[in-house]
Design a protein around this ligand. Sequence first.
Ligand code: SAM
Length: 231
Amino acid sequence: MNTLDTVIVANLLGNLRQAAYDADHAHFEQVMAEIEASGEGAERWAARLLEDEKSGLRPVYQGYAEHFLSVSPDYGRFLYAMARAGKATRIIEFGTSMGISTIYLAAALRDNGGGTLIGSEFEPGKVARAREHLEAAGLADLVDIREGDARETLADIQGEVDLLLLDGAFSLYLPVLKLVEPHLRPGAIVLGENAFDPEYRAYVRDPGSGYLSQTLAIDAGRGNDFTVRIG
Ligand SMILES: C[S@@+](CC[C@H](N)C(=O)[O-])C[C@H]1O[C@@H](n2cnc3c(N)ncnc32)[C@H](O)[C@@H]1O
């Protein structure tokens, strides 16, 4: 059984992809042009975004209120496969946006026999749209999208966590990981999409940290990280 390949979910994801392209492509082209013109590379661009976030997180993301900023189809299918491989029934998502990554992960929960995904998003308009999309996918019963700052909304998650997706503000990957860490079961998977923060990367790569971590080749250059809890 693969819920991703049902007509309803496949068509919805196709429509959302198009909507994401329409909303985001001009912005992404501008970012790519800036990176190329500066000659600094994506790492330097990410370092600047990290600095911007530190001087005012909300304004940065309010500026993206109409943008999807979603995972690629390849990465989405990877999310689905990871959640299936880990037989996940409890998933946490930092950064839900319009719910595209959420659909991939909730589809895996459905095919694993059920479970719960707790999502987090601080833009109210995005929360409403993500809920609509999960409803349209027939997956809303598996998802609890919490509106507000993840540092507060994910403070109460109870129980074990099988998979954590970090895809929110770049500068908060480490604080959010530390919030969820006590709940990660041995073998839990932590995926950092755009894990550019050197402090986060140093933490999960420290041999004494209780994690094994490496860079992923999917969407190379986007700072994608795979980490597994071993301690
Ligand atoms: C890259 S997008 C997420 C994309 C989504 N995972 C997908 O693939 O469809 C990041 C989102 O995180 C949200 N965000 C950033 N920092 C947050 C925080 N501290 N708490 C809740 N949401 C946050 C932003 O508003 C933005 O919508």
